[in-house]
Design a protein around this ligand. Structure first.
Ligand SMILES: *Cc1c(COP(=O)(O)O)cnc(C)c1O
Length: 399
């Protein structure tokens, strides 16, 4: 451990040399992890129910993942997609065979996946000769990424204001407001982009009626229904994708966070009708779908689908929601428990979110906080019922 810098030394370097986009961070720096536990520079061990923002789906130092990634690093990290890539082709097959999609494309982040989805939806209209269809409908309080187009898609002024005027035209409607949605879609719309459960703004699920209306509007206008599964995908809701819970088949859906278990990888999936709008040269990437990141994706998907991790996410996620709802009946300060399985928001009736998060941290427990009064709980998918008991009991104590 002696080869690591202390937290204070890391912080000093960060303050001097790193662009100050993250402000004062949580005063922790981790040097290793195992299962759902992280070890900090001072040797303290934390149980992690945040998973690096819903990313480390198999936890830390997962035996098979570590072995396969080490093997892959020795064999080959990168070749570019100028050549055929075995893992890339295999991962595309695995995603298609286990979803409603016909084709996949790999990139490196969620924002990049959403950018690609927006381009694909536009290209579909261009192919049809509908050059006027250039607008997108998204939701207020959505989050779709930090690139210029995805920040415009994100329905939160705080992310947009510094960059106005924004490129691309996005119309933002209120979550679950069906009338507003209907009047936002016009002859100029190229697609509707939805998170089925808005993660970043505090875990807010959409109503089935609202989602079904969006799907109907897309059929009626022959425009893309794009589901942003960057956070909800890859088992977090107890299903491989949240759109399975809603029993819809999106034209295009995107994913990233959990897909590589921590290795950066994103994906755009689409049905043939939309996917075929991309012709050679229309889209590309240097890093996307490289042998290393797609190997990580193969391990994650195989563990989920063939080694019980998806079943675990559903069983333990259901237990988490039950235990939190039970705690809510005992603690009036809990206003609402929202979400599905392992994407869970706990809203308090008072602005105590940050303090609760800090007290949990003092007790060796990591969760996320949103705004002043909401906790975001998105643990690794390998979390156990015993881990959930520890979390809920500590939360009760702290409250
Ligand atoms: C995190 C997130 C993104 C952005 O992903 P990055 O990998 O940070 O670019 C987009 N959409 C949703 C729903 C997200 O949660």
């Amino acid at each position: 451990m002696s080869e690591h810098l202390s937290l204070d030394e890391v912080r000093a370097l960060d303050k001097k040399y790193y662009m100050n986009t993250f402000g004062d961070r949580i005063p922790l720096c981790f040097i290793s992890g195992d299962g759902i536990e992280l070890t900090a520079t001072d040797g303290r061990v934390y149980k992690d129910y945040f998973a690096g923002i819903a990313v480390t789906s198999l936890g830390y130092n997962h035996k098979r993942m570590t072995e396969e990634l080490c093997e892959q690093v020795k064999d080959l990290i990168h070749t570019s997609s100028v050549y055929y890539v075995e893992n890339q082709a295999k991962l595309a097959q695995m995603l298609v065979e286990n979803s409603c999609a016909d084709r996949a494309f790999f990139c490196s982040t969620g924002a990049e996946a959403n950018e690609g989805a927006i381009k694909l939806a536009k290209k579909y209209q261009v192919e049809k000769g509908c050059k006027n269809k250039i607008e997108f409908v998204t939701l207020k309080n959505s989050f779709h990424g930090r690139t210029l187009a995805t920040v415009a898609a994100t329905g939160q002024p705080k992310y947009q204001a510094p960059y106005a005027p924004l490129i691309e035209k996005f119309v933002h409607v209120e979550r679950n407001n069906i009338e507003e949605l209907k009047s936002a879609v016009s002859e100029n719309t190229a697609g509707i982009i939805l998170e089925l459960i808005q993660g970043e703004s505090g875990v807010h699920p959409l109503s089935r009626e609202f989602v079904n209306t969006a799907a109907e509007l897309c059929r009626k206008y022959d425009i893309a229904l794009i589901i942003d599964e960057v956070q909800t995908g890859i088992g977090r809701t107890g299903r491989l994708f949240a759109h399975e819970l809603y029993e819809i088949k999106p034209d295009i859906f995107t994913m990233a966070k959990g897909l590589g278990g921590g290795v950066p990888i994103g994906a755009i999936c689409a049905n043939e009708k939309f996917a075929s709008a991309f012709k050679p040269g229309d889209h590309g990437t240097t890093f996307g779908g490289n042998p290393l990141s797609t190997r990580a994706g193969l391990v994650v998907l195989d563990e989920l689908l063939n080694n019980g991790v998806l079943e675990n996410a559903e069983a333990v996620g259901t237990y988490l929601m039950d235990r939190l709802n039970e705690l809510k009946t005992k603690k009036d300060i809990i206003k609402e428990v929202r979400g599905a399985c392992l994407i869970c928001g706990v809203e308090f009736s008072e602005p105590i979110g940050r303090e609760v998060t800090a007290r949990l941290r003092d007790n060796g427990i990591l969760v996320g906080s949103v705004g002043d009064s909401t906790l975001r709980i998105v643990p690794p998918l390998i979390v156990t019922k015993d881990d959930i008991d520890i979390l809920v009991n500590k939360l009760e104590e702290v409250l």
